[in-house]
Design a binder for this molecule. Sequence first.
Ligand code: AMP
Ligand code: MN
Ligand code: MN
Ligand code: MN
Length: 281
Amino acid sequence: MPVIDLHTHSTCSDGSLRPAELVALAVRNGVDVLALTDHDSVAGLAEATAAADAAEIRLVPGIELSAIWKQYNIHVVGLNIRPDHAGLVAGLARQAEARGLRARQIGERLAERGMPGAYEGALALASSPEAISRTHFSQWLFAQGHVGSIQQAFDRWLGPGKPGAVPMPWASLAEVVGWIREAGGQAVLAHPGRYSMSRTRLRELLVAFVDAGGEAMEVATATEKPDMIQYLARLSVQLGLTASQGSDYHGQPAPWIALGRFPALPTICTPVWSSWSHLPS
Ligand code: AMP
Ligand code: MN
Ligand code: MN
Ligand code: MN
């Protein structure tokens, strides 16, 4: 069975390994098919593709887009996208501008609460001002001793309802699914178990996602409990969505997650890659 990891991050968003380093680790961990899915960025795909070609593993060009649905911040993974598609590129410019502005606002809010220098600190950890993530702020808060752990940085300062949770003008769910499809990719609802939603709400989200042209949902991810994976598998079958899997590897910001390691996809699922060509067997 090939090892297929379809959700990972590099230094082009909030991961700690450069794209080529991520590919090297994938090779060491026996990963045969790797998708790089940086938040709102395709900047790492050229380097990752070159490294994967040299190492003879398959690199799936991907992305993880931030979107708004109702009051929720939803993530949609795009797989097999064309990174230079004009519509996608224009959409990413909007997301990047919003991200850059938010980083300054988070910095101001933390400064007002006695933590000056957060913006500069987060920027030093990011690859560009438009790539600054809350992860970078959490790393800075931890390094400065303002919090005792990365988790505490989210619980106290960066998570929903906390001072660093600046409302974001992310694109709508339907818009980001549209960008992915126009760029030739498959839209995959990321980590459906992580949105703090009732099961009724989650089903409503999935119906909206299907209506928008969504094709797949993540079912097997590294942090999901076995019961939840079985539940998500049943939902994928009921809604006619194919199923994806991945580690959501970030490296140092989440050291308990290993690249290429997560539970198996339940056999009732149709894998998102079932229609792809040239997969290793
Ligand atoms: P952003 O896209 O800048 O809003 O940052 C979101 C990222 O923060 C996610 O992709 C995760 O990597 C990270 N994150 C969100 N919530 C938590 C949490 N509770 N603990 C650790 N990391 C988190
Ligand atoms: Mn992240
Ligand atoms: Mn995510
Ligand atoms: Mn992710």
